[in-house]
Design a protein. Structure first.
Lengths: 231, 526
């Protein structure tokens, strides 16, 4: 790897900004800092960062507003940083096009993992490569054959269950909100009733996981959506 | 109320009773006449044949209702004597001397006998009725004494009205337009429809708003109504309305007077209920206040300790940079890390409490899939304690429980953290979810040293009763928060030491929703 990605941190708390900056620099990422929303919006066009770490609680502009502005002209990956308990904020940000979210307080390893995932997805979208296979631990999905195996044993999924699993697998490592998945599966006019999706997901868990209460492959982000493990 | 009730005293008699009485009168008259004829024929008595008819009149008065039959019978007697037994035989002749006197005497006597017997009969009926009612009243007040909910009070009242009046009854608590409680007890099923008709409902509402008796009792013909509505009211407060619907559309005055007495019993019970509820409320307030102050005390202690550690460690690192060796350096850093993490956990706990509405201590519930909540709690606790093992088991059946997900997660995290930190062992912790009837049961079991038996009963009270405060810090707050959260979910939580050594904490959440609806709507998608 010759050139590490450039990351913009939008965060008003200086200590947090410092610690993230230090962490990222130690991993040889290029780091920029913006203290408020306005600054961020003016910096993004001029510096063209590869990824934006956006805190939702900013002093001037609401993080959601910044995200809306951003998404109106660029698809630069955005990871939203929020405080725990603001489920609605998180979901809104994700539905508005944020790539992922991370909850304060977070560990550095978690942050780095999220950044890696987001960067990888953005490059794979730009390069237009599509995988034919998804492998993680014992789970293997063969997209052209629509075949799902666990430890080389075939798993029988219904049509809808396969769609959900493949959808999650294609964005493995990223959280997909309930609305995201419902729109993808049943179209934009489907009822936004996540109960149906959750029952389907419960059935999937019973087929894929050894213990549905200690999942290995698909994790629930309560109140937000689902995330497929990546590695 | 009683003034117009008096007007109702007249009792409508049904035609069947009149016919029956007529039949009895004629029969007695015929028997008396034939007896008299026989006696005269056998020449036993000749002069005083009136005596036979006097007896007949007396008997008629006793066994019929009202005065009329006695009078008729005496008139008949006079005519019969005149016809059969006085010269000229078999012809009417009232011109005999002294006849009007005989006639008047016979009439007077029949009236007197009738009046006497009627009064005796009435008194007997009345006393029997009163006795029955007094008995009913005692039963009712006894029953009301044992009633412990408003619903039960109304139910008992309804039951006794039904029993003692033999009529259909409706009871409303609160304004009948929009009652808190509405109960029926009907003789016929269509009576319920009558009670629910707009006209009758309006009367009930009138009775409630005007605090006076409405319906049949006021003006049965004009209003074209069927029921009578009596407000359940003490001097200045109307609690509700009792509606009565009698089979024959007529009502006895006595029924109303008695209703008043019964209603006063009901009011007593209602007022007692209200006082009890108030007392309960005050107790709840007190409990809440106690919990709050306990929490504050625990928090101020439990937050100060780690903050002191962090402050101390950082100061040491700043001031003695050169003197510290690497081991101490790492030790101090890991202390800071540990304390900070603990503070985060504490703050999350405190935050969760703010989610519980302070007014009624309830939470907003949503249907959640239990295994998702369990999985997230376990993964979060494993992030903090990567070296511990948690064995999780959930039933094969999909459990959906209405709850506030973040709060129940908090409870699970607190219980798991206690099991890991305070059990004094590294044996795996068990988390088991099961279903029993309409309840989901969550149990966290450890195989450590267990709970101090003297503290089992008070472990949720928020007192961090540890010997060395620091060793057990957080235990108090965490568990008292768990209890608050579970109570806000209408659930139960309890702790005990199990046989294999170690503690087990169990909480139970009510499950109301079932999966049927979900599966049905699912089919439309698949």
């Amino acid at each position: 790897m010759s050139m590490k990605a450039k990351i913009l941190i939008v965060e008003d708390e200086v200590p947090i900004c410092n610690f993230i900056e230090m962490t990222l620099k130690s991993k040889e990422y290029g780091v920029l800092c913006a203290k408020n929303g306005q600054e961020a919006l003016s910096m993004i066009p001029s510096h063209c960062p590869d990824l934006v770490l956006l805190d939702l609680g900013l002093p001037d502009l609401d993080g959601i507003t910044v995200l809306k502005h951003l998404r109106s002209w660029t698809s630069t990956p955005v990871i939203v940083v929020s405080a725990r308990g603001d489920e609605t904020d998180k979901v809104e940000a994700l539905d508005l096009g944020a790539d992922d979210y991370i909850v304060k307080p977070f560990g550095t390893s978690e942050l780095l993992a999220r950044i890696r995932t987001a960067l990888r997805h953005s490059t794979s979208i730009h390069s237009g490569t599509t995988q034919n296979q998804f492998c993680v631990k014992g789970l293997k999905i063969d997209f052209p054959k629509r075949l799902v195996t666990i430890d080389s044993k075939e798993v029988h999924l219904t049509q809808i269950e396969y769609k959900i699993v493949s959808l999650l697998a294609k964005s493995a490592g990223r959280v997909l909100t309930y609305d995201n998945i419902i729109t993808e599966l049943w179209g934009p006019y489907a009822l936004k009733d996540n109960q149906i999706l959750r029952v389907n997901m419960a059935n999937i868990r019973r087929k894929l996981e050894k213990n549905p209460a200690a999942p290995e492959y698909i994790f629930t982000e309560v109140g937000v959506g689902y995330r497929m493990v990546e590695e | 109320m009683r003034d117009y009730l008096r007007q109702l005293k007249s009792v409508k008699l049904s035609p069947s009773i009149i016919l029956y009485d007529l039949f009895k009168t004629i029969l007695i008259f015929l028997v008396a006449t034939s007896f008299a004829l026989c006696v005269v024929e056998m020449k036993v008595i000749i002069d005083n044949i009136f005596g036979v008819y006097m007896l007949a009149v007396a008997i008629t008065s006793v066994i019929t209702r009202g005065y009329i039959w006695g009078i008729l019978s005496s008139v008949g007697g006079v005519i019969a004597v005149n016809f059969f037994f006085t010269y000229p035989y078999f012809a009417i002749n009232f011109s005999m001397a002294g006849y009007p006197v005989t006639f008047a005497l016979l009439l007077l006597m029949s009236v007197l006998t009738s009046a006497l017997t009627t009064r005796v009969k009435k008194a007997a009926i009345l006393s029997a009725m009163r006795e029955r009612r007094a008995e009913n009243l005692t039963k009712m007040s006894n029953a009301l004494l044992s009633a412990n909910t408003l619903n039960k009070v109304i139910e008992i009242t309804l039951d006794f009205f039904f029993q003692s009046n033999h009529c259909s009854v409706v009871a409303y608590l609160g304004n009948p337009e929009n009652p808190k409680i509405k109960l029926f007890q009907t003789l016929k099923s269509q009576d319920e429809l009558i009670f629910n008709s707009p006209l009758e409902l309006k009367l009930a509402v009138d009775a409630f708003t005007k605090n006076e008796v409405c319906g049949v009792v006021l003006n049965p013909k004009v209003q074209n109504c069927k029921g009578s509505y009596i407000p359940i009211s003490s001097e200045n407060k109307v609690y509700g309305v009792i509606g009565l619907l009698f089979e024959n559309d007529y009502v006895l005055l006595d029924t109303y007077i008695f209703s008043e007495i019964m209603i006063s019993q009901t009011i007593l019970a209602l007022e007692r209920q209200a006082i009890e509820e108030k007392a309960q409320q005050i107790l709840l307030e007190k409990e809440k206040e106690k919990m709050r102050s306990n929490l504050l005390r625990a928090v101020s202690h439990d937050l100060r300790t780690p903050l002191t550690c962090i402050l101390g460690a950082t100061t040491t690192l700043q001031e003695n940079k050169e003197k510290i060796n690497e081991v101490t350096f790492d030790q101090l850093l890991s202390d800071i890390h540990h304390d900070a993490q603990w503070l985060i956990h504490m703050v999350e706990n405190l935050l969760s409490i703010t989610k519980i509405s302070s007014e009624d201590a309830k939470v907003k519930k949503q249907d959640e899939i239990v295994e998702e909540i369990v999985a997230e709690s376990v993964s979060r606790i494993l992030k903090r304690f990567p070296n511990s093992t948690i064995n999780v088991s959930v039933p094969e059946e999909l459990l959906i429980v209405p709850m506030d997900a973040t709060l129940i997660e908090q409870v699970l995290i607190n219980l798991l953290e206690n099991a890991i930190r305070h059990s004094g062992t590294s044996l795996p912790v068990r988390l088991k979810v099961s279903k029993e009837q309409d309840e989901a049961i969550f149990t966290v079991t450890d195989y450590g040293k267990g709970i101090d038996p003297t503290k089992v009963s008070t472990i949720f009270e928020g007192k961090s009763g540890a010997v060395s405060a620091d060793a057990n810090r957080g235990l108090g707050i965490g568990l008292s928060i768990c209890k608050t959260i579970i109570l806000a979910h209408d659930g139960r939580i309890f702790a005990k030491n199990h046989n294999c050594g170690g503690a087990s904490f169990t909480f139970v959440l009510p499950m109301k929703g079932d999966l049927r609806n979900v599966n049905e709507s699912k089919n439309t998608y698949c």
